[in-house]
Write a protein that binds this ligand. Structure first.
Ligand SMILES: [Zn+2]
Length: 177
């Protein structure tokens, strides 16, 4: 198989919960705790990272962060005003992306799924200056995510030490912001 996503990795590694990392068992409770060191399931490393899936998920991640930027809540109880503000932000960003870049996002397709595919993601990260301006997410963070996606899809051998340093710095920047 050349195209796998998280669901396939979970099935292949016997991970029951879809919200758990199939390599280190981290859950969303751990994700922002960068010193969390879960036990690495070495056999799970064989499934690797799906480049296409990483592209789609990082793009989706930026979008959802943007929708919540004003409310600043991920889970937990939201008031009607907060829900409305989130919906309003979502509609605004959809409109701006459509009119200023021609990208249709989070729109259901007539037959299945939605339009957030790898191609949409590639076009979104193509211009990190415009992407950051449209979403309100830091340019530096957007640029770094783009660089990581380009590195893992480049086909070149990646220096693991440099990669880890760059990815860790990016994670710290994200948590700080
Ligand atoms: Zn993990």
């Amino acid at each position: 198989m050349t195209m796998v996503d998280g669901k396939i990795c979970n099935a292949a590694t016997g991970t029951k919960s879809t919200s758990k990392c199939y390599i280190c068992a981290a859950t969303s409770k751990h994700f922002n705790k960068l010193d969390y060191k879960g036990e690495v399931n070495v056999t799970a490393l064989v499934v690797g990272i799906s480049v296409l899936h990483a592209k789609i998920r990082l793009f989706k991640f930026i979008l959802h962060l943007t929708y919540k930027l004003k409310v600043k809540k991920y889970r937990g109880i939201k008031s009607k005003e907060e829900k409305d503000l989130e919906d309003q932000t979502k509609r605004e960003i959809q409109t701006r992306l459509r009119t200023e870049t021609g990208l249709l996002i989070d729109m259901p397709k007539s037959n299945f799924g939605n339009r957030n595919d790898g191609n949409t993601s590639r076009r979104f990260f193509e211009n990190p200056t415009l992407a950051a301006e449209l979403t309100g997410i830091s340019y530096k963070l957007t640029y770094r995510l783009k660089a990581i996606l380009e590195a893992i899809s480049s086909g070149f051998e990646i220096d693991p030490v440099n990669y880890e340093r760059y990815a860790s710095e990016t994670a710290r920047l994200y948590v700080k912001l």
